[in-house]
Design a protein around this ligand. Structure first.
Ligand SMILES: Nc1ncnc2c1ncn2[C@@H]1O[C@H](COP(=O)(O)OP(=O)(O)O)[C@@H](O)[C@H]1O
Ligand SMILES: [Mg+2]
Length: 284
């Protein structure tokens, strides 16, 4: 069998353009945003995609769930947003995997939401801060807080697309129109090319009618934007963060790990399709 040269983070084939920035958003809490940021991030890194997980939720659950500690001694996303520190300086490198970096969050971020209100061009601060590091990554995943406030607006303004996790329970789709309205507002003014990356069914139980119903409704509304990979309810996914580990390390054979790996595949495939159709466009 031929031995393929190993990809390294700096090999020339990695210089394939700018990062694809994905906001993981839903103003409902507990739908699986953070679990998705952690585990899609880790799964992309395992597939040797240069990945940055940016935690922009003051609760810092993605930060702690990835085992990033000692946040007081170095800059965090807070310092980046208030202009105290370039994004580069807030990056924690090679978290568990060579291809996984993290920009951590802290409670201070609650203050940023208020401090930013009076800032000049307050909605585009994150976009400007990320610009210098876009070349260094294939994917930047941003874990949004459970609100549609200024932190989420900044993220939608900086992002290429939004990935929406939907928890498969009663009223799953309720409130989605509010999120989609916000997406439209951002498209109209701040970021015309913002797209819906995909819709992810989380805590899916295929034995339950309810889960199937939510899946069907989501497909009626979003069509092929709904990922084929649904994330099952899996206790291992809930346990892993207390060990500071993504599921691929904590229990790679669990159904949760397999689902996030297969989601990463879909995300990479979609990216490759978009790249080749863009290339075909330019060739014409
Ligand atoms: N697929 C899943 N199976 C079991 N528990 C899950 C799953 N996804 C998330 N959880 C748990 O549900 C809770 C909420 O998930 P989380 O990702 O923090 O949501 P959000 O970031 O949207 O608030 C957490 O305790 C998490 O561990
Ligand atoms: Mg969260």
């Amino acid at each position: 069998m031929p031995i393929l040269p190993r990809r390294t983070k700096d090999s020339p084939d990695q210089k394939n353009g700018m990062a694809h920035v994905i906001a993981i958003a839903n103003q409902k809490g507990g739908v699986g945003k953070t679990t998705t940021a952690i585990n899609l991030g880790a799964s992309l890194a395992v597939a040797e995609q240069r990945t940055l997980v940016l935690d922009i939720d003051p609760q810092g659950n993605a930060t702690s769930g990835l085992g990033v500690e000692d946040r007081n001694s170095r800059p965090t996303v807070y310092n980046v947003l208030i202009g105290q520190s370039p994004a580069k300086d807030a990056i924690v490198r090679e978290v568990h995997f060579p291809f996984l970096d993290v920009i951590p969050s802290t409670r201070d971020l609650v203050g940023a939401e208020i401090e930013l209100v009076s800032a000049f061009q307050r909605e585009t601060i994150l976009r400007q801060a990320l610009a210098p590091i876009l070349d260094d990554y294939d994917f930047i995943l941003v874990d949004c807080p459970p609100s549609l406030g200024l932190l989420t607006i900044n993220t939608l303004t900086a992002a290429n697309s939004v990935l929406i996790p939907i928890q498969c329970e009663f009223y799953a789709l309720e409130g989605l129109s509010q999120l989609l309205n916000t997406v439209r507002l951002v498209q109209r003014g701040l970021n015309p090319s913002l797209d819906v990356e995909g819709v992810l069914l989380t805590m899916y139980d295929k034995r339950l009618n309810l889960s199937r119903q939510v899946g069907e409704e989501a497909r009626e509304y979003f069509g092929p934007k709904v990922y084929r990979s649904a994330i099952p309810r899996n206790v291992r996914l809930a346990e892993a963060p207390s060990f500071g580990q993504p599921i691929v390390l904590y229990d790679v054979l669990s159904s949760g790990a397999q689902a996030y790996l297969s989601l990463a595949n879909e995300v990479i495939e979609a990216r490759n399709r978009a790249r080749s159709s863009a290339a075909a466009e330019t060739a014409r």
